[in-house]
Design a binder for this molecule. Structure first.
Ligand code: AHR
Length: 315
């Protein structure tokens, strides 16, 4: 009797599988901690991650916005660990301070993928792979552009979020080259926190301090440059003419400002990291070995090409 009911149970299982297709695969649970929504670049990055997750039926994404606060990020990473997600992804607000929480993830055997900005931890086994830009190189590109164009004089540097790898690296690459060019002098340097509104305020203080003696503005991102453009116009100077301006990212509004002759150049930084991130997640779960570093390919766009390139821009 027992044997017969076992046979029936087995047949029922076979029939249900063949009637409805193969049993559904377990989804890959991914926890992602984003920095916030400080810039158009960041919004494009978030959109890329969320929309890519929706395209992949095998992915279950838990997305969290840290509102620019490292403590929020650490808290949510701990909650991803408690929920036993399969993979954790995050973009660190700043470079340091993540070591303890990364050790907790490692102890729980949850792999960590770092997107965009980098962390400064001694034990690099605490994260599996990093996907993002070479921001030291972006800083170098800015300096090389100034030199190629024969720009001279006093530079005001608008720095990104203090302690972030984006700000540290863009400054480092820039200074590496500029230090050998006495015709280019950094006379002002202050953080505008990668936002348009703070960029405007910082430019107002720069202008109050040095006024017409500022020849060049280097903003670590386009949003701060756009805020600064407003401040320069309100002060009665012509952005892009009286004060030459170069920034990083390559967002739509930067192209628009270049077409209007108010921004001289943007150095591209690609935020569309969703597809690469989820490819890495899937490869990881398939047992593939990932490269420690994947650097995105990027370009530089001077104002002269803005009109032709604008229609091809995706963010
Ligand atoms: O980490 C990338 C930088 O962060 C982008 O340049 C900036 O716009 C963003 O907020």
């Amino acid at each position: 009797m027992k044997k017969i009911s076992f046979v029936w149970a087995f047949l029922a299982l076979v029939m249900s599988v063949s009637a409805f297709g193969a049993a559904p695969k377990k989804k890959i649970n991914v926890g992602f901690s984003q920095i916030g929504a400080e810039s158009a670049w960041r919004i494009a990055d978030t959109e890329s991650i969320i929309s890519e997750a929706k395209k992949r039926p095998n992915i279950e994404l838990k997305f969290s916005d840290a509102q620019q606060k490292q403590e929020n990020q650490i808290k949510v990473i701990r909650s991803f660990i408690a929920q036993k997600v399969d993979v954790i992804g995050f973009t660190p607000v700043v470079e340091t301070g993540y070591e303890p929480v990364l050790r907790e993830a490692k102890k729980a055997k949850i792999p960590v993928i770092i997107i965009d900005r980098t962390v400064d931890v001694k034990d690099t086994s605490l994260w599996v792979t990093h996907i993002g830009s070479d921001m030291v190189e972006e800083g170098r590109k800015v300096a090389k552009f100034m030199i190629a164009k024969g720009w001279k004089g006093n530079i005001a540097e608008m720095v990104g979020t203090v302690g972030s790898s984006a700000a540290i690296d863009r400054r480092q690459g820039f200074m590496e080259i500029v230090k050998n060019h006495p015709e280019l002098k950094v006379v002002l340097s202050k953080s505008g926190n990668f936002t348009r509104s703070e960029g405007k305020k910082v430019m107002e203080t720069f202008l109050k301090d040095k006024g017409k003696n500022i020849n060049i503005l280097y903003a670590h991102n386009d949003d701060m440059a756009i805020g600064a453009i407003q401040a320069i116009e309100e002060y009665g100077l012509r952005p892009g003419v009286d004060i030459k301006i170069i920034s990083c990212d390559g967002i739509h509004d930067a192209f628009q400002a270049m077409i209007e002759g108010k921004l001289n150049c943007t150095v591209e930084c690609n935020p569309l990291l969703g597809p690469q991130f989820f490819d890495a997640v899937e490869d990881l779960k398939a047992g593939k070995k990932l490269p420690k570093e994947t650097i995105t390919k990027e370009s530089i766009f001077p104002m002269e090409v803005a009109k032709d390139i604008m229609p091809t821009r995706k963010y």
